[in-house]
Design a protein around this ligand. Structure first.
Ligand code: FMN
Length: 354
């Protein structure tokens, strides 16, 4: 029996296999609204056999968007279209998940195919916020360090978006604390230069994330899985590292977080990443073993047997695929064939079953 195609139950939710769609920004929204692109894009991956369909980084506030084109969940009007998407995903035997995010100093940027550049306020951008007043690129307008009131707003924005996610029908929630976005801007000692209770020590730098988790836990059903994506290393001297990640994972576990989605990088420009197949899997393995929490492996995992081996070696509990599932939404159906597992195909497609 294949491990990749064995189910996993987390709290009250069972994933039919261990294949998850990794969150991927589509930069295809207007005013944060989902549309038919998202229905077809996410729906296709549900039809293609992935067990968990994690929706892209979805902004908890307009200023938390990376670009004007990001998906958002900062107002109730966003919910209706999302209900259609989650309902379609669930009709096809997959589980709908959502990643909630705030871009912090990486906000006010143009989408990849519109230049991928910081947009100045005078050109229609907006004032970004962060832990400190250092911009990611020297040429960007500096972010405003979040004040106590600003931090409270961020925390309640995450809570309110999580409450809307419940109404929209999501059954897995992931908090985006990775890739140099706002929460990571507090975790990383290379970015967070504060001297108040949100900067300096490990406890202070992790405070915002833990307060967000506490707030989200007040509205997110305790029977539904809660994931956190972290960058397990800044890949830079003096930065956030895997030891701090293990320590954080253990604290998050105590707070009811079910799984750490183990990514890396994005905090600073001078990072030196040794990219290669499965290059982040060792992080998932170490956190799983040392913090005793479920982990997700992600990053250059592209083959069925590669994913199977990660699971068989107990390096992770689920595998998140991003670009492979863009290339091939039916990758899970093909992977099953390669691993000699007979999985049901959508009845409409049965005549094409390999
Ligand atoms: C088009 C695209 C959009 C992405 N958007 C997000 C995102 O919204 N949130 C996130 O945490 N990671 C995002 N990522 C990173 C992926 O989730 C994933 O971690 C990364 O691509 C490595 O996995 P892969 O080698 O399977 O592509 C994005 C990646 C791609 C290719």
């Amino acid at each position: 029996m294949s491990k990749l195609f064995s189910p996993i139950t987390i709290k009250d939710i069972t994933l039919k296999n261990r294949i998850a769609v990794s969150p991927m920004c589509e930069y295809s929204s207007e005013d944060g609204f989902a549309n038919d692109w998202h229905l077809v894009h996410l729906g296709s991956r549900a039809v293609g056999g992935a067990a968990l369909i994690t929706q892209e980084a979805t902004a908890v506030s307009p200023e938390g968007r990376i670009t004007h084109d990001d998906m958002g969940l900062w107002k109730d009007e966003h919910i209706t279209k999302l209900q259609q998407i989650t309902s379609f995903i669930h009709q096809h035997g997959a589980v709908a998940g959502i990643q909630l995010a705030h871009a912090g100093r990486k906000a006010s940027t143009s989408s990849p195919w519109k230049g991928n550049k910081h947009i100045a306020i005078k050109d229609g951008g907006w004032q970004t916020v962060s832990s400190s007043n250092i911009s990611f690129y020297d040429s960007d307008e500096p972010p405003a360090p979040l004040t106590k009131d600003g931090l409270e707003k961020v925390i309640s924005d995450f809570k309110d978006a999580a409450a809307r996610a419940v109404k929209a029908g999501y059954k897995v929630l992931e908090i985006h604390a990775a890739h140099g976005y706002l929460i990571h801007q507090f975790l990383s000692p290379l970015v967070n230069l504060r001297s108040d209770e949100y900067g300096g020590s490990f406890d202070n730098r992790t405070r915002l994330l833990l307060q967000i988790i506490d707030a989200v836990n007040r509205v997110w059903p305790s029977c539904y899985p809660l994931f956190v994506r972290i960058s397990c290393s800044d890949w830079a001297a003096g930065g956030w590292d895997v030891e701090q990640s293990v320590k954080l994972a253990a604290v998050l576990k105590e707070k009811g977080v079910d799984l750490i989605d183990c990514s890396s990088g994005g905090a600073v420009r001078h990072q030196k990443i040794a990219v290669g197949p499965g290059y982040q899997v060792a992080f998932a393995e170490q956190i799983k073993k040392e913090a005793g929490i479920l982990t997700g492996a992600v990053g250059l995992i592209t083959e069925a047997q590669q994913a199977e081996d990660i699971l068989l070696n107990s390096q992770a509990d689920i595998i998140l695929f991003a670009r492979q599932l863009l290339r091939d939404p039916y990758f899970p159906l093909h992977a099953a064939k390669q691993l000699n597992v007979n999985v049901p195909w959508p009845v409409q497609y049965e005549r094409a079953k390999l």
